[in-house]
Design a protein around this ligand. Sequence first.
Ligand SMILES: O=P(O)(O)OC[C@H]1O[C@H](O)[C@H](O)[C@@H](O)[C@@H]1O
Length: 436
Amino acid sequence: MTDLTVDLGNALAAEARPGVSEGALDRLDDRVARAHETITAGMAADGFGYASLGLPERTDPGAIEAAVADLDADHVLTVGIGGSALGAATVSAALGLADRHHTLDNVDPVETRRLLDALPLDRTTVNVVSRSGTTAETLANFLVVREAMDEAGVDWTERTVVTTGAEGPLRTAATEQGLPALSVPEGVPGRFSALSAVGLVPAAVLGGDIEGVVRGGAAGREALLAGGSLFDYPGYAYGAVAYALEQRGATVTAMLPYAESLEPFAEWFAQLWAESLGKDGLGQTPARALGATDQHSQLQLYRGGRHDKLVTLVRPRERADMAVPATDVEGMSYLGDATLGELLDAEFEATEASLAAADQPNIRVELPRVDGPGIGRLLYEMEAACVLAGELLGVETFAQPAVEWGKRAARGLLGGGEFPEAEAVAEKTTRVVGGE
Ligand SMILES: O=P(O)(O)OC[C@H]1O[C@H](O)[C@H](O)[C@@H](O)[C@@H]1O
């Protein structure tokens, strides 16, 4: 099996509560076919948001590699947030570059100081990413990093690459300083931009297989265009069943990859799903987990708690493995015949079966390997799933008005302009317990 697969067996009504009956799936597939027409028409017209699903065709890995060719570095420090950070972290981790790709996606002074002290700044590329070019956290961190490089005697203008929209303060700064600058593609919201320069620049600087990532995305796009049914396109199968379960009460979605290198993927997925679908009183609340670690922390809830969750178990079919040394110590000797990978796979299957035995709906997603093509395909199909779920829910998948509200309020508080949202902060109701 060389492709990504989605196994819905444990989400069927015969197996799970809530679950989706075969009859309901048949009826849903008519709606999927209509949504597919909207999606493919949007892709063909490069419509806002839908253009994201055309990215594998538009992204030129060679051009990205050429743009960063002069940035010789051992480490990359990405300064960005949300969609301008999580896709790149996901791609880098899948390509085995997590130790060399660091992210400043918060304005916690303690963490910023720690990272700047730890990195060899003269061997670090600063990768500043903001679609809007106006995100306060990103701009503030960029200014802090620049100063730290100045203080370390490093010319930051020689070590910085910018990815941003056509206009905005970041574009202006890049032009003024003559920095290499890539573009966030038109019509692509940040959380859907992983398969563009936004997600690929750090790996390109560090010599990762970004061509493979784009190839994986392109395979997902080809399969989407050839499909149109939840019964033949895995991304649609996932999106349609997630939607159907949400409608039946699974208002939480727990993403549980069984590979450390996919841990950032769960974080990326959380933003994709929450910001795209959390509207009009609808949407599933994402929970981030990691197998097998969280079997020993969250699994009790997933199995024994309310029937309000969909659990998605993700694993590669192949991975590098490591033998567990033989021993005749009683109680440990059974492990000596196994490998760590076999143990992880056994835990994956045991968890899946334990959820099924408790009638808790779960879906299995498998990819061939965690590598460039594997992660490209996974990101693409989850984006397609999300776009489909948005069509079925009838929400504005590509907007994020609630987040924008908070951004305006924060800017107003910092004196960054007149924003009525800032007034709401003063209107907060307080009823404090504790303190003098
Ligand atoms: O890329 P930027 O414009 O800096 O935006 C970064 C993030 O900011 C906001 O919080 C948006 O809601 C996110 O969708 C976006 O990914």
